[in-house]
Ligand binder design. Structure first.
Ligand code: BES
Ligand code: MN
Ligand code: ZN
Length: 482
């Protein structure tokens, strides 16, 4: 996978270079190029590309559409950069002029967007391929040079690269099969990425989880061969008084079979992604020192798979969560909220000013919003506003859904304090949010339901088929801007 650097001119080593083209610029092309563009349907629309062969010793030129110049946004630059990188994956060294078109945009944000487009679109998960399929899927790109001047941009690029590393880490963790990404494997990854950093990692094993009364984690783990794990990660700014203390909580179901309320084979097919929230929290935490975040952050990650072993929890079973509430489990496939109940209870006990939780919690979020959007549910408008602002900057799409009091009675149980599913098949993402709300005390709380935005069906824009790493840029940006 390529690395991205800055230079003030195109290096000799580059065998391809882009020519960013607004829609207006296409009509001003020299006649021969205009004819080629017309023939191939290149109109300068954002993300369109047209490869023009150079002479023998000449660099190949790639026209890259950036849309009407007056409408340029960082999101479009990101998309254009992604298209360019995709068009030149078989080259070793290339250069891009996209920064020359950043115009009125914030230069730091534009640079980050270009770097993200270049690197994230050429990410590959090739660890599990053997030679022949590896060759087919290999990205030959080693170096991408962004042409731009200004010394201050170097620090910005370092920062952008750290954020992109975090997204790629999350993608790697989510792409790893459920059979090998066990809670233990996730812990090993967490140890590796936090070693020699200022992020302090605490691991609770099963015995400690029992002593700490994490009843939801234990209930979901009953059907599993792999003991559960519970992680806490702590970051404090090296200098200065922290602007706030924030708790991050991530769902870490390393594989979701549904438990005894078993999923069908299609529903289960993608369920190695059910730790995408946990991956986003780990990747975010690991990056806070590099971006010198000015907030104190504690990450909480409950880890287990959801399986059907002989003592798996039965529909109708009742457990007691960390905060003392009892829960009747009527559907063992609504398991994420059970492990999150404990993690949220711990966050609620802490001195955090706000709790942000992220999870692949419901199919219902995706039924409502489709795969490009994550759902945002929040008890606090300020906190929701912070996430929405970060969403606008990162183009990680969020759409806010309500937490309606009038649905709360659907969670009343006839034997316990709560049941874990609603009484109707409707509004599942909202019901799930209302369930989580029972465990956050009176702290401002935001819940990001990634649904299937954690994966992409197609290689498009910055996404490559498979894990998207969605949520990572959103969380980092939210904390950085606090
Ligand atoms: N991990 C799933 C949610 C999910 C499903 C995320 C598909 C992404 C794609 C979660 O544990 C689950 O199974 N939720 C159920 C809840 C239901 C049983 C109330 C769902 O959404 O169907
Ligand atoms: Mn489930
Ligand atoms: Zn799940």
């Amino acid at each position: 996978m390529p690395s991205v650097r800055l230079a003030s001119s195109v290096p000799k080593s580059a065998t391809a270079v882009d020519v960013p083209m607004s829609t207006e610029a296409v009509s001003k092309l020299p006649a021969d190029r205009k004819a080629a563009a017309q023939r191939q349907g290149f109109e300068g629309k954002t993300g369109q590309t047209l490869v023009l062969a150079g002479g023998d010793d000449k660099q190949i030129e790639v026209l890259v559409g950036i849309g009407p110049s007056k409408d340029l946004t960082t999101a479009k630059l990101r998309k254009a950069a992604a298209s360019f990188a995709r068009a030149v994956t078989k080259h070793g060294s290339v250069a891009t002029n996209l920064m020359a078109h950043a115009g009125e945009l914030d230069r730091a944000e534009a640079l980050a967007a270009v770097a993200e487009g270049l690197r994230l679109s050429t990410y590959r998960f090739n660890q599990l391929r053997s030679d022949s399929s590896l060759k087919k899927n290999e990205v030959k790109l080693k170096t991408i040079t962004i042409i731009a001047s200004g010394r201050e941009l170097r620090a910005e690029l370092n920062r952008a690269n750290a954020v992109i590393d975090a997204v790629e880490l999350a993608r790697d963790l989510v792409n790893e099969p459920g059979g090998s990404m066990t809670p233990q494997a996730f812990v090993a990854a967490a140890k590796k990425v936090t070693a020699d950093t200022d992020v302090k990692l605490t691991v609770w094993n099963e015995a400690r989880i029992k002593r700490e009364r994490l009843g939801g984690v234990l209930a979901v783990n009953q059907g599993s061969e792999h003991p559960p794990q519970f992680l806490q990660l702590r970051y404090k700014p090296a200098k200065g008084r922290p602007k706030a203390s924030v708790a991050l909580v991530g769902k870490g179901v390393t594989f979701d079979s549904g438990g005894l309320s078993l999923k069908n084979s299609v529903g289960m097919m993608t369920m190695k992604i059910d730790m995408a929230g946990a991956a986003a929290v780990l990747a975010t935490m690991a990056t806070l020192p590099a971006i010198k975040a000015q907030v104190e952050v504690t990450g909480y990650i409950p880890l287990t798979d959801n399986m059907t072993g002989p003592d798996a929890q039965r529909p109708g079973d009742v457990f007691t969560a960390r905060n003392g509430k009892t829960v009747e489990v009527l559907n063992t496939d609504a398991e994420g909220r059970l492990i999150l109940a404990d993690a949220l209870s711990l966050a609620a006990e802490s001195d955090a000013d706000a709790i942000i939780e992220i999870s692949t919690l419901t199919g219902s979020a995706t039924a409502a919003l489709g795969q490009s959007y994550a759902a945002l549910l929040a008890t606090d408008d300020d906190l929701a506003g912070r996430l929405e602002a970060a969403s606008a900057r990162t183009a990680e799409k969020l759409w806010r859904l309500p937490l309606p009091d009038e649905y709360r009675s659907q969670l009343d149980s006839s034997v316990a304090d709560l049941r874990n599913i609603g009484t109707t098949p409707y509004g599942g993402a909202l019901i799930a949010g209302l369930f989580l709300k029972e465990f956050v005390g009176d702290k401002p709380f935001a819940h990001v339901d990634l649904g299937l935005s954690a994966v992409s069906e197609a290689s498009k824009g910055i996404n490559v088929k498979g894990a998207t790493g969605n949520g990572v840029r959103l969380l980092i940006d939210t904390l950085a801007a606090w």
